[in-house]
Design a protein around this ligand. Sequence first.
Ligand code: MTE
Length: 320
Amino acid sequence: MRFIDRTILPSDITPQAVFENRRSLIKAAAAGSFGRALAPWFSREALAANPEKLNVQLNATYSAADETTPYKYATTYNNFYEFGTDKADPAANAHTLQIKPWSISIEGLVKKPVTLDMDALLKLAPMEERIYRMRCVEGWSMVIPWDGFSLSKLINKVEPLGSAKFVEFISLADRKQMPGVKSNIIDWPYREGLRMDEAMNPLTLLTFGMYGETLPKQNGAPVRIVVPWKYGFKSAKSIVKIRFTEEMPKTSWSQFDAREYGFYSNVNPQVDHPRWSQASERRIGDGKGVFAPKIKTQMFNGYADQVAGMYAGMDLKKYY
Ligand code: MTE
């Protein structure tokens, strides 16, 4: 199949209803009725309500040398459908999320099911900063310093049973705090999942902060998952439940359209999305916006050395 080399249009990647809604937003923006996305007056305080400094050490072994994305782009151009479907919606709307108190319930096939509050979670391991390349399925990418520790530290604590083959991550879905949950675009709550070895891979980060500060709400405060060799939607935000299962869990996007979004969703320039190529990407925030030059997407987003072994012998066209 040949692809026309052009920027992916919102209509390519978005359910029609969402696209229509977005068009009316764009019209409103053009009419000058609002202008919130990437407004230059945004200060860090405006982008993240009361960010707290974190005590973090850079983990150079797991950090990319690429130039990091400016904070204002990483916090104002993203997806968090619980707060709306436009890229600017999470930053504009996520202030209603209540992050204190917060806890994660760890359940399913484990010897020691437990509910951990934030204090208990933060005590599990020292926090590290990891500069990760992030690749969205839509064709854009960023380079973000995330703060957290390997999810394996938590998994080891709860002692999964031998029958546990997968880990499911479930985000908060509360209509009172999250206006987007009133829509039926996704069968809420947002769910993602990993195979057990993927969840145990040291790169899989239980994430509490970014750029040395606690996570802004729009980026998944107070705790989320970050999986840098997979498309961005695998990295579930604001999680409240981690469940260990024998069966492969149903995930939000594969339920939405199994042909377009598979369970594995490894970044793979050789396997195209049914409607567009995945061979290249544009880095957000280099000052040129959608006109930024395309760069080649790397296999496993550049993390092949650390992760390719987990997929040896698998047909990655079939297990996309
Ligand atoms: N998690 C929840 N709960 N809801 C979402 O809509 N969107 C995903 C992922 N996690 C999403 C989510 C998608 S599509 C992407 S690209 C990333 O979050 C983007 O957010 P980030 O830039 O903060 O990583």
